[in-house]
Design a protein around this ligand. Structure first.
Ligand code: FRU
Length: 484
């Protein structure tokens, strides 16, 4: 039965109110990451700087800790670090989005915020329809739905979604994730002069194109951006088998760097590089802010079957966004840095300089804590293995002889350990953000990042080396910003 917007709002508010206590009693609730007030969060959506504030929306099922008919939850911030919860922006209450207001993006035009999203519709037999929809806001708080602006073109299945819109050379462009009728994943391009009437321009890249070989049955959540002059296409291919250390998660999230020709809908690019080497990362989205920074949020989760045993489920919530990152293209590598505003959260600084560890396990006084930031600079290493153990079961291990960095954590079932690996020439620095149930590790100034949910609140941090290593160690506690 169809519900009015007001009824929907009441239902969601009472859901939040009823769950508030149980959610807040979870010691795994994060201190400075964005989470759903209740229910399930997945992709970041509509990331935008609008009238002096940052807005981030997210895929949200307020009623369950499983996927379903998604809303767009909404947070607003002055500084990317302190966020206020706003009323949800979109609810699945129209014929064209009744089974979910799926992922999409935001742009600003004539002082208004325009949201583009995918209306997901399923009939009684479970057949899917997809509509690319528009909603407009004058204040960044209430959104008026304008309905579908794009139908699925011929040659594609209804797996056609996740519009990301941007402005270039006097035209609006949209990239979309798509699946051809031959079940090949693609990113397609549309263009518009008025944001309402859109023309299909062609395919930018896809499985079995641009020398890629078989590269997935569906590509989700594309984003096309320029980072220091380089064209970068972020995309999330599904259906790729693991290869060596790569593609270990169920669905992949990465980028192609190259040269795009929007006029011809062509993109010459290199290999697909994973954006994150950890366990829990997917569907990232970027925006440019008033300082011209390319900022990125990711979903600190993925569509893993094991999610159902995450301990937060008992507390009626699941998943979070990553911390915001700033992108930089340097010497052919896409670097990711934690945004500088996060420094505001630092307190209780502890520092140790030029410490020599010689075949020993060592702890440093006050270098501990499960809500903290840790920077380790390795100035000299003459050893085969150097490791940092965080809490009871998480280990960052650098195997110098094989030039492999490993992150090991306990599986969500709490019974076994699992690993992710990254090959690197030399280890210079480890920059770790721990929150009550998460870890984000930035390696060598953002050359690689590992994101992971970690359900272990052990406080100790133990360094271990089987030879000699010289280190600088810095650690801060991080203040709580989440109030819900
Ligand atoms: C990616 C995704 C998107 C879709 C959304 C639905 O995680 O599957 O393709 O729009 O989630 O919640």
């Amino acid at each position: 039965m169809k519900q009015t917007a007001l009824e929907m709002q009441k239902k969601v508010n009472s859901m939040i109110a009823n769950a508030k206590q149980v959610v807040a009693s979870d010691s795994y609730r994060l201190h400075y990451h964005l989470m759903p007030p209740v229910g399930l969060l997945n992709d970041p959506n509509g990331f935008i700087y609008y009238k002096g504030k940052y807005h981030i929306f997210y895929q949200w099922n307020p009623f369950q800790t499983s996927h379903g008919a998604k809303f767009w939850g909404h947070y607003i911030s002055d500084d990317l670090v302190h966020w206020k919860e706003a009323p949800f922006a979109l609810a699945p209450d129209s014929w064209f989005d009744k089974d979910g207001c799926y992922s999409g993006s935001a742009i600003v035009h004539n002082d208004k915020m325009y949201l583009f999203y995918t209306g997901n519709v399923k009939d009684d037999e479970g057949n899917r329809e997809s509509y690319q929809c528009l909603a407009v806001s004058k204040d960044g708080l209430t959104f008026e739905k304008k309905g579908p602006v794009i139908q699925v073109p011929t040659g594609y299945t209804a797996h056609f979604r996740d519009p990301k819109v941007f402005y270039q050379d006097n035209l609006w462009y949209m990239v979309l994730g798509a699946q051809t009728e031959a079940e090949q994943g693609e990113v397609v391009l549309f263009a518009s002069s008025d944001l309402v009437s859109w023309k299909f321009r062609g395919t930018l890249s896809g499985s079995n194109q641009n020398g890629l070989g078989n590269f997935g049955y569906m590509w989700e959540c594309p984003d096309l951006l320029k980072v220091n002059g380089k064209d970068i296409l972020l995309v999330c291919p599904q259906g790729i088998q693991p290869r060596g250390f790569d593609f270990q998660n169920i669905f992949q999230s990465g980028y192609f760097a190259g040269k795009v020709d929007l006029e011809k809908a062509a993109f010459e690019h290199g290999d697909f590089i994973e954006l994150d080497r950890g366990f829990d990362f997917y569907a990232p989205q970027t925006t440019v802010d008033e300082y011209g920074r390319q900022l990125l949020f990711g979903w600190m989760g993925n569509a893993e079957e094991e999610d159902v045993v995450q301990p937060t489920v008992q507390y009626e919530w699941i998943h979070a966004l990553t911390i915001p990152r700033e992108l930089e293209w340097k010497d052919g590598v896409l670097l990711q840095h934690p945004v500088r505003e996060l420094k505001k959260l630092r307190e209780n600084e502890v520092g140790y300089k030029d410490v020599l560890l010689d075949s020993q396990a060592k702890t440093f006084q006050h270098v501990s804590g499960s809500v903290s930031e840790l920077i380790i600079e390795i100035t000299e290493m003459n050893a085969e293995n150097f490791s940092v153990q965080l809490g009871n079961s998480t280990i960052i291990l650098f195997d110098q002889s094989n030039q492999v960095l490993t992150l090991e954590r306990e599986k969500f079932n709490g019974k076994e350990l699992e690993q992710r690996h990254y090959s690197l020439d030399k280890l210079h620095s480890l920059h770790v953000f721990r929150d009550a149930s998460s870890l984000e590790l930035f390696v060598n100034d953002g050359e690689a990042v590992f994101s992971a949910r970690i359900f272990d609140q052990g406080h100790e941090i133990v360094f271990n080396v089987d030879g000699r290593v010289t280190l600088n160690v810095h650690k801060w506690d991080l203040q709580r910003t989440t109030t819900y």
